[in-house]
Design a protein around this ligand. Sequence first.
Ligand code: PSU
Ligand code: MN
Length: 311
Amino acid sequence: MTPDLLDLAPEVAAALAAGTPVVALESTIITHGMPYPENLETARSVEEEIRAQGAVPATIAVLEGRIKVGLGAEELDALARAEGVVKASSRDLAVALVRGQSAGTTVSCTMRVAALAGIRVFATGGVGGVHRGAEDTFDISADLLELSCTPVAVVCAGVKSILDIPKTLEVLETHRVPVVAYGTDEFPAFFARSSGAKADHRLDSPEEIAATIAWNDTLGMNTGMLIANPVPEADALSPAEIDSIIDGAIAAADAQGITRKALTPFLLDRINTDSEGRSLAANIALVRNNARLAARIATALAKMPSSTLAA
Ligand code: PSU
Ligand code: MN
């Protein structure tokens, strides 16, 4: 790795050097996934959840052409308020560096940077996937492809039904990405605890998940892993309520010709507005819940004898 490729925050550098647990966090959720000021409050409270478990949070973003791994309070604040910031998936990263851009990093880009930094566990809300109608548009998120070739475990709350969930699970299977549901037999649908699709695997403890990550490495799979953690019961939304809002958002995107990388941010914004904040409250609760689980997995991984972990 180029020695000065990454700007590691001091506490992140110290934790990585000491082998103590670190959890990566993405920043497109801050720049394109939630409105200000909820985006900033969420980013802060998610970092606190990770600290409360004894792990170090590393929010990843690009600021003026530098890759940041761990943001200071002022950097986080500025990113949350910034307008016109780029949304960078992993393929956009090199251009962002050349052009000196600031960017929110998507799941794919955050995974790429986490892997470069040596961080193996990453928490977010929802990952991208196969969009409804992908048989015509071919709109399949780069997140799924990054999961197939970058060894970082991503804790999410499943995928939103803005996506075609069965097709998303098929693409993950084709690309040999392990998909594990935590404490449930069902694959969760972000706002709802169940999508109607069965999860491929169920694991019930952070220790078992950490051991699965270690085995996946030892087997030379070189893939990530998707860990689906259902939204807490108390914060879940009723499918009837959220499904009609999502259907309305998709119809609005169709009517306005919104496609490609603008589509997911458009749908998220529309859902936030049309649900009058209820979806945002659920979103915040589930990201915090995912951060807690990710920190417990990173802690279990850090305790494993290094002989069981691939170099
Ligand atoms: N889904 C959400 N919230 C998000 C995103 C997706 O519920 O914030 C963001 C993530 O950063 C994800 C990206 O990696 O959108 C996927 O974008 P696309 O569908 O354009 O690949
Ligand atoms: Mn897309």
